[in-house]
Design a protein around this ligand. Structure first.
Ligand code: C5P
Length: 232
């Protein structure tokens, strides 16, 4: 899979999500389903969106003992998702177990990404609450390297960390970056943002874009603009 724009479908219900996807008559965008929609609508939402021909990033950020994560990943893999994720803080044995659970009988599996440190975690909070005294950029790169050792395909990170991750893990290691805004757009509650063009320059492989597309007056036009700036 090449560079692509993933739309964060952060809708409260199946109907809201379908109404949004109905607007796309020509394209089948890659969509991200998060906890709100998945827990609200259940696994059928994945089947339904898959049947409509979209690729799916299921963003559930698993973190548990290796055996539990292995079994849960096996269920998600059989749902047919194309990309899913977990917390690198679960450690290398957990990530290795996840890969095992995700791998289907024919040897195929969804792309697996690790969340390093959430972008909502500051240096101060990480030190105070987690007793991690290292520099946050070093922690992000260390977690990314652990993910690579465990056989994962990449990480979800801030676009501002994507360059460092590529340096630490190689350019083949995917970086998937949220926090994207158009140069003339509203940044909302995102603090550190980047434009699609800048994300391309930094080396992101996928950008995750929510409100700049879902809340636009013309979501299809906003999606096309994102693709033109990031891929085109
Ligand atoms: O609407 P917006 O473009 O801000 O949506 C970004 C999406 O990426 C949301 O689904 C959000 O939960 C997710 N995300 C994020 N920052 C992270 C991790 C995930 O914005 N560090």
């Amino acid at each position: 899979m090449g560079r692509d724009v993933i739309i964060a479908c952060d809708f409260p219900s199946r109907d809201d999500c379908m109404k949004f996807l109905d607007k796309f008559e020509e394209e089948k965008p890659f969509v991200k389903i998060g906890m709100e929609l998945f827990y609200g609508a259940g696994p059928d939402i994945v089947r339904e969106i898959k049947e409509r021909g979209h690729k799916i990033f299921l963003d559930l950020k698993l973190h548990d003992i290796p055996n539990t994560v292995m079994k849960a990943m096996s269920v998600l893999s059989n749902l047919g998702v194309d990309m899913c994720n977990l917390h690198a803080a679960g450690t290398v044995p957990m990530m290795e177990a996840a890969i095992k659970g995700l791998t289907r009988e024919d040897g195929s599996r969804p792309i697996l990404l690790a969340v390093t440190q959430l972008t909502s975690t500051s240096q101060e909070v990480m030190t105070r609450d987690l007793l991690i005294n290292d520099n946050i950029a070093d922690v992000v790169c260390h977690y990314a390297k652990n993910a690579k050792v465990a056989g994962l395909d990449g990480v979800v990170c801030s676009p501002l960390e994507a360059g460092l991750v590529k340096e630490a893990c190689g350019k083949e290691f995917f970086t998937v970056t949220p926090g994207v805004r158009f140069a003339d757009g509203d940044i909302g509650d995102q603090v550190r943002v980047t434009t699609p063009e800048k994300a391309k320059e930094i080396g992101s492989d996928y950008i995750v874009v929510g409100r700049p597309i879902t809340a636009a007056a013309d979501p299809v036009a906003a999606y096309r603009r994102c693709v033109a700036e990031f891929v085109g």
